[in-house]
Ligand binder design. Structure first.
Ligand code: MN
Ligand code: MN
Length: 328
């Protein structure tokens, strides 16, 4: 049973009361508030799992991501040392559980996930998602970008704007942002992709995205610009319109996040990733996700620890953004 404290806030269970290894694991030890709970109307930010990897083209396993991320997120604490933000004081955050999925039917899953997020959106709840493979971002955007196309800060080793696989498969974790742009959910001129690297299938692979106006910061440009330069560019690209943050763990070097389907060496460090997300403070953020955590490739749980920490970093700038919007 979920309860609000005297200040009308959901707060994580503190490790001073219930040891971190005990109890049922929810994201960051927040209360579990399913959509059917009366307290759902009090939720401002919903942490949601999408346990699904049906868009994965090679090494599957991200369907197990949300459960392991919840487990490792019992290590989370409340206050961000760098920014001083306590996201749980800024907004009512809760674990809304996992979306319905159908592990053997891709299009049915896309509909189920979209329906779940449409209900959140209708209740004015801002989503922060744990994937799942990167295709899950598409149904989330279908639900929350109906009224207005979003800008996006996208951290990834891959652009995920390929057209189709195996002749005619439109929906894979390599295609979500092509579809999102075609469907008018994502504004390519307000989209920046950071950390792109790895070998290509063809030398024109990035042409479509660049023709649409996406700003691609490949890993060489990333190191030339440095964290501050990348952030300056990101702020210019997305401006003050509604912006989504999508964080594929393969943005990081596989020494930090080996538990992922498509690792690419030569990636960013976890500290750089934290600085980058902290630097998004002040943008008009409307949602975010951390995707492509595949526990079978990292039974140690370190990739899930990284993912939950990045979720916490995104939660800090997201709740700060909501607070600013509400104050206007
Ligand atoms: Mn991706
Ligand atoms: Mn990727």
């Amino acid at each position: 049973m979920s309860t609000l404290n005297d200040a009308g806030r959901f707060l994580p269970v503190t490790g001073m009361v219930l040891p971190r290894f005990a109890g049922i694991a929810t994201f960051m030890r927040l209360p579990y508030v399913p959509l059917t709970d009366a307290l759902i109307d009090e939720v401002e930010v919903g942490l949601v799992g999408i346990p699904w990897d049906g868009g994965t083209t090679n090494r599957a396993g991200a369907r197990h991501g949300p459960r392991q991320i919840r487990d490792l997120s019992t290590l989370a604490r409340n206050i961000n040392r760098a920014s001083g933000i306590n996201p749980f004081e800024l907004c009512n955050c809760a674990d809304l559980g996992d979306t319905p999925v159908n592990p053997v039917d891709l299009e049915d899953t896309l509909r189920r996930v979209e329906d779940f997020y449409a209900e959140l959106h209708q209740k004015n709840i801002v989503p922060l998602t744990a994937g799942g493979d990167h295709l899950v971002t598409l149904p989330v955007m279908r639900a929350i970008a109906r009224d207005q196309p979003l800008g996006m800060v996208h951290f990834d080793a891959h652009t995920d704007t390929w057209d189709r696989y195996f002749g005619n498969s439109l929906y894979t974790h390599g295609t979500p942002f092509r579809r999102a742009i075609e469907e008018g959910l994502l504004d390519p001129r307000r989209t920046i992709q950071i950390g792109i690297r790895g070998a290509l299938y063809g030398d024109s692979e990035n042409d479509w995205g660049m023709e649409q106006g996406i700003r691609i910061v490949d890993i060489d440009a990333y190191h030339r610009l440095g964290v501050e330069g990348v952030l300056k560019l990101a702020r210019e690209v997305v401006g003050d319109g509604p912006t989504y943050v999508s964080f594929d763990v393969d943005f990081l070097d596989p020494v930090y996040a080996p538990g992922t389907g498509t690792p690419e060496i030569g990636g960013a460090t976890t500290y750089e990733a934290q600085q980058l997300v902290r630097g998004l403070r002040g943008l008009n953020l409307v949602g975010g996700d951390v995707v492509e955590v595949s526990p079978p490739f990292d039974p140690s749980g370190n990739t899930a620890l990284v993912a939950m920490t990045m979720m916490f970093e995104i939660l800090c700038v997201l709740t700060d953004s909501i607070k600013r919007r509400n104050a206007r």
